[in-house]
Design a protein around this ligand. Sequence first.
Ligand code: PLP
Length: 415
Amino acid sequence: MKKAQMVIESSAREGGTDPIFRIAGAAEKRTKEYGADAVINSTIGALMDDNGDLVTFNAVYDTLKGLPNHLIANYSGLSGQPDFLEKVIEACFKSCKPEGYIRSVATPGGTGAVRHAFYNYTEFGDTILLTDWYWAPYKTIAHECRREVTTFPMYNEKGTFNIEGFKKSVLELLDQQKRVLAVLNTPAHNPTGYTISDDEWKEIVAFVAKTANDQPDSKIILLVDLAYIDFAGEGEDARNFMTLLSGLPHNVLTLYAFSASKSYTMYGLRNGAIICVAPTQDIADEFVNTCTFSNRGNWSNGTRGAMETITKIFSTEELYHQAMAEQSFYKSILKARAKAFVEEANAIDLKLVTYCDGFFISIPCKDPKAVSTLLMEKNMFIVALGKGLRFAPCAVSEEKCRRSPALILQAIKEI
Ligand code: PLP
């Protein structure tokens, strides 16, 4: 921990520690020097076309730019614009709406939703449960909120979801805290691309319901982070699990962190929502009041033009179909790139953790930082995580995806 000068001790932070932004800067510099063809830049967490340009949906940007200025410029309501709050529930669940008291509060991206969940559904100093492969900002958000994180091994020996590890950690935390908030980033987990299957969800739900009934004074909060859902599965089947999370006991709350960043290419527009499926009306009302208060106390309100855009897309059949067509076009490009990478990795025996869908694929290895540094010398930029490397098919052409496993394997062998 860095020593504080003027900030309070617990706010003293190291600068430039974000591993992704640091290496992304180096990749950009190399691309300028040698040209895009010579460089494999797998550091970016956004969907890029084969020329390395950010993909943006016309349905989204034609709508946004067609809004009257005052609908872009104005404040939104503190909890979000009322019609957006309805439409975002549709965007989240589509045809798989669970039973329960469902309410939403707009947040600046999924990050805002994660923040509100951590801050309002755990005590100061509590420990939040994550999988051992996890999106690094969860820890940042937890520390910013003066919470801790703990992890359980995400995979079992079969390479599927380690339900036994999840159960053990939930029970331990309940023993210590009487409340547990567990983050499940699925489908298309960042950084592995793993999707918890419907059968695995059934087991999770049965365990959570039984534990909640056995310990009626405890509280269990499941935070489902679905930032990548629209790039997972076929049609709407990645949403099937949502209906399983219905009719849970009074002391279980399901929260969804909805993000428009990837699904609607709205990254910098900061649009998202926290959505609850509550067992009672009172718990749902409490959720809205608390998260609205948190909005006011942090960023006041969200981006009005972004909310209006989503509302318009979900209220206009033609626009909606256009947005979905663009989404599914890029989803199939992403699938083809990931398939090329996985096929080639399997062919040369490069070990991956189980990948199902989404923007990222992870390669477990020793000393990921050294491997990533060595790869930089070969003009390949890949993010080093604690447990391995994160490759980003979202940002790399199919041809480069096919070439990458051999480079990675060679670097791992050289270290
Ligand atoms: N959750 C995960 C796992 C992510 O990877 C991201 C973005 O990278 C988010 C949530 C939230 O993104 P945003 O705040 O841009 O909606």
